[in-house]
Design a protein around this ligand. Structure first.
Ligand code: UDP
Length: 311
């Protein structure tokens, strides 16, 4: 069995990945500083002998012997990262450098959770991996976007210069159980508002689009990529190409929850991308992967999670 380090392992994606890796019998070390992750997400794993929690910041150098590293450590919600830009930028850049050094020293494969934000407010639609993006380097989202772009640079330079085996995946919006109830993402916000009879907050006119992928599909893609041959470095887009406007999402959530809530239109955030949809041809080809769960089914599972969260 493999020894696997998951940074950001107590976060939304990280905890689902740890669940999966632990259930396959691997020795899993979950590193998290609980900045945006929570102990509750991994409480089911804590008693298990093949799971170890390390409460530490990725910006501090690490020494250990591992076979694989998944780097998921970074605040990912626009509300949170705009409130803590330095912490966000450092987590991406210093975190990546430390983990790449660790990968180099221990001969481990290393996966980087990159993001569709590297495309910024895209002028190409849908976005494919060859598109270089349209990012404002000095805007309020830059700490995240440029941090993740810089991390990709580091990954590819370590690969070229030191032959580190890298796997870079660009994740588009992912949703599901264990999304933070307080970080202001659109799916969690709208579901919680609908369940509590509050107005659903739609930023701008709601015509901006996102493509939402259910968490289990995303985790499967990550594991498939880790198991590809050395030559498969990415970047590979992973997301659900089914695109919807925020207004469509809000209406679907009202329908699925049976809520009588109204919509409340608020000003759009600065540099909020207007369109986002992955071209996933590369993931289909390299990973033989494509998302299985439709938005409606995934939302029902997420609604059930937030219902029990509120009770
Ligand atoms: N959004 C919204 N209402 C909310 C939260 C977000 O209309 O309560 C919008 C936001 O402006 C953006 C989209 O939903 O256009 C997705 O936002 P989120 O923060 O979930 O993720 P992003 O894709 O921007 O990183």
């Amino acid at each position: 069995m493999k020894k696997i380090l998951v940074t950001g392992g107590a976060g939304f994606l990280g905890s689902h990945l740890c669940d999966q890796l632990v259930s396959e019998g691997n020795q899993v070390i979950c590193l998290d500083n609980f900045f945006s992750g929570s102990e509750q997400n991994i409480s089911q794993l804590l008693p298990l002998s093949n799971f170890k929690l390390l409460i530490q910041d990725v910006t501090r150098p690490l020494k250990m012997e591992v076979d694989e590293i998944y780097n998921l450590a970074c605040p990912a919600s626009p509300r949170l990262y705009q409130q803590f830009p330095m912490e966000t930028f450092k987590a991406s850049i210093l975190g990546s450098m430390n983990l790449l050094d660790l990968a180099k020293a221990s001969g481990a494969k290393i996966f980087q959770a990159s993001t569709s934000e590297v495309y910024g407010d895209p002028q190409l639609h849908p976005q494919s991996e060859s598109y270089f993006g349209n990012v404002n380097p000095i805007g309020p989202r830059a700490c995240y976007d440029e941090g993740k772009r810089g991390a990709e640079t580091l990954f590819f330079d370590y690969h070229r210069q030191h032959q580190v085996e890298i796997k870079v995946m660009r994740l588009f919006n992912t949703y599901g159980p264990r999304m933070s109830a307080t970080d202001g993402r659109v799916v969690s916000n709208l579901i919680l508002q609908a369940l509590q009879g509050q107005d659903l907050t739609v930023f701008g006119d709601g015509s901006q689009t996102r493509s939402f992928c259910y968490v289990d599909d995303t985790i499967q893609a990550m594991q498939l990529m880790m198991d590809t041959s050395k030559e498969c470095t990415g970047p590979i887009n992973v997301g659900n190409p089914a695109e919807s406007t925020i207004l469509e999402l809000a209406r679907l959530i009202l329908e699925l929850t049976g809520s009588k809530s109204k919509l409340s239109f608020l000003p759009a955030g600065a540099d909020d991308p207007l369109k986002r949809q992955p071209n996933i041809e590369l993931a289909q080809k390299e990973l033989s992967w494509q998302p299985q769960l439709a938005l409606q089914e995934g939302l029902l599972k997420t609604i059930a999670y937030f219902q029990s969260y509120l009770n």
